[in-house]
Design a protein around this ligand. Sequence first.
Ligand SMILES: NC(=O)C1=CN([C@@H]2O[C@H](COP(=O)(O)OP(=O)(O)OC[C@H]3O[C@@H](n4cnc5c(N)ncnc54)[C@H](O)[C@@H]3O)[C@@H](O)[C@H]2O)C=CC1
Ligand SMILES: O=C(O)C1=N[C@H](C(=O)O)C[C@H](O)C1
Length: 266
Amino acid sequence: MEKVKIVIAGPRGRMGKEAVHLVLQSETYALVGAVDRKYEGFKVGDLDGFPESDAMIYTDFEKCLQETEPDVLIDLTTPEVGMFHTRTALKYKVRPVVGTTGFSDEDLAELEQLCSEQETGCIIAPNFAVGAVLMMKFSRMAAKYFPDVEIIELHHDQKLDAPSGTAVKTAQMIADVREAKRQGHQDEKETLHGARGADYQGMHIHSVRLPGLIAHQQVMFGADGQTLTIRHDSYHRSSFMSGVKLAVDTVMKMDAFVYGLENIIE
Ligand SMILES: NC(=O)C1=CN([C@@H]2O[C@H](COP(=O)(O)OP(=O)(O)OC[C@H]3O[C@@H](n4cnc5c(N)ncnc54)[C@H](O)[C@@H]3O)[C@@H](O)[C@H]2O)C=CC1
Ligand SMILES: O=C(O)C1=N[C@H](C(=O)O)C[C@H](O)C1
């Protein structure tokens, strides 16, 4: 069986490093290239702390695609760079598996359109951890019975985007089953700006950033005389890797656009 040829963008990042290890340890994947901001002409195996690998590092993404001809791009970079990579990969009919968060609704609509024009599969997953996907699904179930909800996401203090992609996705999934509603007292006023967090169709989202944290979220529902809290914690970035593998294997078999791992997990 031919191995799935993979390019990883952002190999030296916190997530990228884990993904490099995942691909290099797999018997069914081949790492054919990596895209970084520097180290053009080096090999992945030349980087400190990386296992042996002859995959070349490129700073020019198109050159990387042309020379390595991958089946799949795994992108773990930043929103602007991730958007450029995903758009470009689709133009080359390379299937993107994107963990990068911070894409706007317009970005997602553009990628969905491009996917359909190019008849090329693409998976955008704001969270690859199976437990986090279950947290989102359970929250959507609970929201039918508990329409009052606040989302508290907690991450390490090097995170660039707020709220997290997971929090936005959770709010979107809850919004699928609940009418938009204003929560809290109708005369409520913030005496300190931002005290009530971000507002997504009346749901409040609070973003905590602290050293020591990795990726955590709690979805808190309230009703007369009771609350229900659904919480997920990633204590290590290895928690995301089974989802990355599932996404790579799935994207190889489909030509559609998927936003969220819940759409490919039974
Ligand atoms: N979907 C999921 O399950 C998860 C998603 N994430 C998301 O993944 C992304 C990366 O997160 P981290 O690894 O923590 O960030 P990081 O800051 O550790 O890594 C980002 C990497 O992207 C690289 N990069 C920046 N510009 C680039 C360019 N033009 N070309 C190539 N590489 C470039 C940086 O050099 C850096 O190594 C974020 O958007 C984060 O929210 C993070 C964890 C889990
Ligand atoms: O930046 C992170 O670390 C994470 N980002 C994703 C997000 O924005 O939801 C997924 C996970 O929460 C870790």
